[in-house]
Design a protein around this ligand. Structure first.
Ligand code: HEC
Ligand code: HEC
Length: 368
């Protein structure tokens, strides 16, 4: 049975929570994720590009191959696929609400903007493996794109405007319609919310409209052994780690996480990962940066047991001693943070993209 109530928590309550667990908390208020106003023509162009396999080197995969709308713009796999011939070493994150993040990727290694994240996704060898110059020529051969770039005010298709249009589309991917926001949580979920902001201590890191502090922490999530036993994943990991300047990348048997950014001499930053949003979790299993926890019940049981076994683990993660009913309440609360799936034409390019068009006559002479 659902009851209509409003569940806003004031900063006062969150501050009290900070005092209770003995550490200062910079928690933000909960509430719906703000919907961005975007230019419709630019967003439509970004949407087509997002679903277009011609943005990958061999035209086999698009952004949506891994960020699948049916799966909350993730892929349902523990570890991502990668450019054909290799496999990935991290779990694909949802892109819903990604435009509001402060730093991107599980290790937070890109802290600038989505234009850079888009460039990285297109050119990185194990993601789309695309040469920007080739991409531009491909896009310029498609008469539909010529019209769409013009309508978006970008003039002729260019690398730069491709990297601008995709982030505009990403800004349209916003959570909406959850029971939490509507004030229609079940009684179970409402009890779960009390635990979440109270004795379970979750809001110490998961707060604000997206339920994240946009900061890395170590929860002790176990390593995913497939990264080292599967050569197609290991080769990707090695290429990443060597490029990031990690000296023992061949022997390394753990994901360094956020330490690639902070590089502390004592290694206490190894194994920290960005706090993920808790929105839309119903669609995005399995969980954690490497997909090691299969269900929300598993995640709650993991925290209830005091997290993992890692000397760098955040001291705020402690055994919780929640009984089965309380754990179920927390799961019900987490589920109440999932809203309408973003699977209609509003967010999905409706047609299969036709690549058998007649190129316009003088494309070779077109200015770049
Ligand atoms: C082969 C699968 C794959 C493809 C294709 C792919 N991504 Fe991703 N994406 C991932 C994975 C895996 C991560 C996390 C990587 C990490 O943490 O190191 C990610 C991370 C991201 C993030 C950061 C999300 C966050 O919460 O930090 C954005 C934004 C993103 N991708 C956008 C795109 C766009 C745009 C494209 C197309 C140009 C694209 N991706 C193509 C797998 C993919
Ligand atoms: C010290 C900060 C901190 C606290 C406290 C904390 N979390 Fe987390 N949470 C994280 C981080 C960091 C991750 C990502 C870990 C990773 O990727 O390996 C995470 C991951 C998760 C995930 C997986 C999300 C996904 O998309 O993979 C869920 C669900 C979650 N936490 C729920 C909770 C609940 C419920 C509590 C309270 C019992 C809690 N967290 C307490 C920091 C925290």
């Amino acid at each position: 049975m659902k009851k209509k109530t409003s569940y806003s928590v004031t900063l006062g309550v969150v501050a009290a929570l900070g005092a209770a667990i003995g550490s200062p908390i910079q928690a933000q208020e909960f509430g719906p994720v703000p919907i961005a106003e975007v230019d419709a023509a630019k967003a439509a162009l970004g949407k087509r590009l997002f679903f277009d396999p011609r943005l990958s080197g061999d035209a086999a995969i698009s952004c949506s191959t891994c960020h699948n709308p049916e799966k909350g713009f993730a892929d349902g796999l523990p570890l991502a696929k990668a450019y054909p011939g290799t496999d990935g070493f991290r779990n694909t994150p949802t892109l819903i609400n990604t435009a509001l993040k402060a730093a991107w990727f599980h290790d937070g290694r890109l802290g600038t903007n989505l234009n850079d994240v888009t460039r990285e996704s297109i050119t990185e060898t194990y993601t789309m493996n695309m040469d920007m110059r080739l991409m531009q020529e491909r896009v310029k051969q498609d008469p539909i794109y010529l019209e769409m770039f013009e309508a978006a005010g970008y003039g002729e298709p260019s690398n730069g405007s491709i990297r601008k249009a995709i982030p505009v589309y990403l800004a349209t991917l916003t959570s909406r319609g959850s029971d939490f926001d509507a004030g229609t949580m079940s009684e179970e979920a409402a009890r779960g919310f009390e635990l979440f902001t109270g004795k379970a201590g979750c809001a110490a890191c998961h707060s604000g409209p997206r339920f994240t502090d946009d900061t890395p922490h170590n929860t002790g999530a176990p390593e995913n052994p497939d990264i080292w036993s599967d050569p197609k994943r290991h080769v990707t990991f090695v290429s990443f780690a060597s490029f990031m300047g990690i000296s023992n990348y061949m022997n390394l048997r753990r994901d360094p996480g956020a330490s690639i950014r902070t590089n502390l001499a004592d290694g206490s930053d190894i194994g920290g990962f960005m706090t993920p949003t808790l929105r839309e979790l119903r669609y995005t299993a399995p969980y954690m940066h490497n997909g090691m926890l299969e269900t929300l019940g598993d995640v709650v049981a993991f925290y209830n047991g005091g997290g993992g076994d890692d000397p760098n683990m955040d001291t705020r993660i402690q055994p919780l001693d929640l009984n089965a009913g309380e754990q179920a309440d927390l799961v019900a609360f987490l589920e109440s943070l999932s809203g309408d799936p973003l699977t209609s034409d509003e967010h999905v390019w409706p047609d299969k993209i036709n690549v058998n068009y007649t190129a316009f006559d003088n494309w070779l002479e077109a200015r770049n």
